[in-house]
Design a binder for this molecule. Structure first.
Ligand code: G3P
Ligand code: MG
Length: 376
């Protein structure tokens, strides 16, 4: 006799439980100090991965392509990190399609690593201050001792900087500061040459200048190309025990010289620029969308059953960037961003931070423990 066949329903595995909260971790001063991983950083991230609690890394740092940086971090923290869970200072530049077929200047970083990142993002014509110095050493007298260094990685210019032949003059359509400049003098001089020029043409000086009739020391900007800074940090936590000047320090120095040359904001010629990175809203919006996408990726085909992301814990060491940004960000998805300040970076334990976090803890492990306990 045949036994009634037991209709075996296809046992679809239940969707993996993905919590409705997640983390965004700053890197410098929270997970690492320059090349060294901080104690318990690996333990904190490994725990979250074991509990399927999503997290991303959100840094004002940069200088390498995302793929290279996540490979470094995976090794250093002994936790698998993918580019889908990583946002660094210049990541948003990769989406700026309008400049990819134009000539842009890329400033900062080690040698010409940032040029290579820009080319990987799809920028077709990228020039660095080192290229210009190599082609015209007299453009900045105080880096002659570095000429041989620059010549090891500089490239020929796509045009000359002799304004006598405007048709073949080098014209910049945008300037991007990707990472902390290593030669502040050269980078500042070359950037000022562009910002003071006529329509971004190297070797020219804005034609509206020198008109005594103009109220502001005779200077008016004349079609200056857009200028983007990727990171506002005045200070950051490197290996040295005191905070170090970051890209924001370079920008403040540049703006100081700009003001001395043109009269600056009080004369109506503030340096036109866009400063990106934490604490600014676009960076948090970009990071939240990355986190939502990463969370879906974690559950695969079950993502339709995924609950909404209710809370993101922003763990940082710098009240002026991580905490201010986390506190100010109002999510369009209704997600609550709760900032947690650690004592392993810029912030000095026992002092009152300019921007009050949801919680102050000793280190990243305590941040994760406290947050998970909050979620019950
Ligand atoms: O250049 C890196 C520094 O500005 C801070 O980086 O990781 O603390 O946002 P992070
Ligand atoms: Mg930091």
């Amino acid at each position: 006799t045949s036994f009634p066949t037991q209709r075996r329903f296809l046992q679809t595995s239940p969707p993996p439980r993905v919590p409705e909260f997640a983390f965004a971790f700053d890197i410098d001063g929270v997970l690492v100090r320059s090349s060294d991983a901080l104690p318990r950083a690996s333990q904190a991230l490994s725990y979250l991965q074991s509990q399927k609690i999503p997290f991303i890394l959100l840094t004002n740092g940069g200088g390498k392509h995302e793929a290279e940086r996540v490979a470094d971090l995976t090794k250093k923290l002994d936790v698998p990190i993918s580019t889908s869970m990583f946002v660094q200072s210049h990541t948003p530049f990769a989406d700026m399609e309008e400049f990819k077929d134009k000539t842009v200047m890329v400033v900062g970083g080690v040698e010409d690593k940032c040029r290579i990142v820009a080319e990987k993002y799809g920028f077709k014509s990228v020039v660095t201050p080192g290229d210009i110095l190599s082609a015209y050493p007299e453009i900045w007298p105080f880096s002659q001792q570095l000429l041989s260094y620059y010549q090891t990685f500089s490239r020929p210019l796509p045009a000359n900087i002799n304004p006598a032949s405007p048709s073949t003059s080098l014209k910049f359509d945008a300037v991007f500061v990707y990472n902390d400049p290593r030669d502040w003098g050269l980078d500042m001089q070359i950037m000022l040459d562009v910002m003071l020029s006529k329509q971004g043409i190297m070797g020219t000086y804005s034609e509206k200048n020198g008109q005594a009739s103009l109220p502001n020391k005779g200077f008016q900007q004349d079609g200056q190309p857009p200028l983007y800074f990727s990171n506002p940090d005045l200070l950051w936590a490197a290996k040295y025990h005191l905070p170090r000047l970051g890209q924001g320090g370079f920008r403040e120095a540049l703006e100081g010289v700009w003001t001395a040359l043109t009269g600056g904001e009080k004369e109506g010629v503030e340096l036109k620029k866009t400063v990106m990175g934490k604490p600014h809203r676009p960076t948090y919006e970009f990071a939240e969308n990355r986190l939502i996408a990463h969370r879906k990726h974690l559950v695969g085909q079950h993502h339709a059953q995924l609950g909404s992301l209710k809370r993101v814990y922003m763990v940082g060491d710098n009240p002026e960037s991580d905490i201010l940004g986390g506190n100010s960000f109002k999510s369009t998805h209704g997600t609550d961003w709760a900032s947690i300040l650690v004592e392993t970076g810029v912030y000095v334990a026992g002092t009152t931070p300019n921007h009050p976090p949801r919680m102050i803890v000793k280190d990243v492990w305590d941040a994760v423990s406290w947050a998970v306990a909050q979620e019950g």
